[in-house]
Design a binder for this molecule. Sequence first.
Ligand code: CA
Length: 232
Amino acid sequence: MSATILVVEDEYAVARGVEYALQQEGYLVVVAKNAEEGLVYATQQAPDLVVLDVRLPGMDGFEMLRRLRATGSKAPVLFLTARDEEFDKVIGLELGADDYMTKPFGLRELMSRIKALLRRAYGDLADAAGGRVIRHHDLLIDLERRRVSRGSNRVSLTATEFEILRHLASRPGRVYSRRELLELVRDYEALDQDEKTINVHVSHLREKLEDDPSDPSFILTVRGAGYAFAER
Ligand code: CA
């Protein structure tokens, strides 16, 4: 699961060039031709970063960003602006834009700005473009490095805790029974066969991950069924 980038750009050639360059870097790319479409994709795909043209047919980029932020999205936004446009940096920054580039721009420069924004927003884990990273709010799970962090804080987990988290977070909303989790993590620890063992691991996980372990926002208890990772 590499970073997903939403590109909102009505100029076909620009959109295509940016899309291609991003794909070469290993990102997943979604292209929208206008702001309305962009907002729909932003809701469906929860992109990790948005490249947003300012002048779009219909709703402009500023308005789209305003509405995007109103949905609670904190994804970094990089504005694209034409040289002859008066780009109001102040408005852009006030709206929560993180960077901007003036057309025509070099794709290499764009790629390095995007990488920098991802790193700033998500820390080291964002280096794993093409790597497998699961993100939920400020919780990051780097599957390849087996690292977990919340914001800038590393969370240290046992192998079994990591495996439980990995399985749950890989499929948000999917309910796993204790029996199922026990089967899935068996290789990592000579677990006794008691399903209650899972409860103990989950409670340790919550103590390490949750703001309030008694009112978890990541690992939810599904009464009578098991556990599920919170959906976005
Ligand atoms: Ca345009």
